[in-house]
Write a protein that binds this ligand. Sequence first.
Ligand code: 5GP
Length: 138
Amino acid sequence: MAYDDQNIFAKILRAEAPAFKVYEDEFSLAFMDVMPQVDGHTLVIPKDATENLHEADPEILGLTIVNVQKVAAAVKKAFDSPGIMIAQLNGKAAGQTVFHLHFHILPRKDGLDASMHAREMADFTLLEDHAARIRAAL
Ligand code: 5GP
């Protein structure tokens, strides 16, 4: 399938849609998931127009995963989280809903379940507060 540049993350990258940004460099962007599965649910995406892992340029993928590591450490610190789950879905059959490569960073605590897909939009004031906490921990 050809990359669809009308997907929501492509729009965020072009500043055509808003996002609660956490970190940005030449290669990638990190921002809050608008329908978080848990508090602190953050996404990291490459700026490259890439649909999924299989199609990613290995060099860009390497730079992106280094930023996943960096942002995950900040999320862990900001949310005082003993566990961090990294999730990455490829293809509709795997549950991918936005067809621009992305890594989910999810704080996890024992006994607190995170469903695979949240359906409720979070409060924007809360998301900005969470983004600020993560930025401060970077
Ligand atoms: P996937 O199911 O493709 O692995 O994950 C897509 C993620 O994007 C979901 O967790 C969903 O909540 C999130 N999402 C969908 N639309 C938007 C949006 O407009 N802004 C942000 N920040 N996240 C979104």
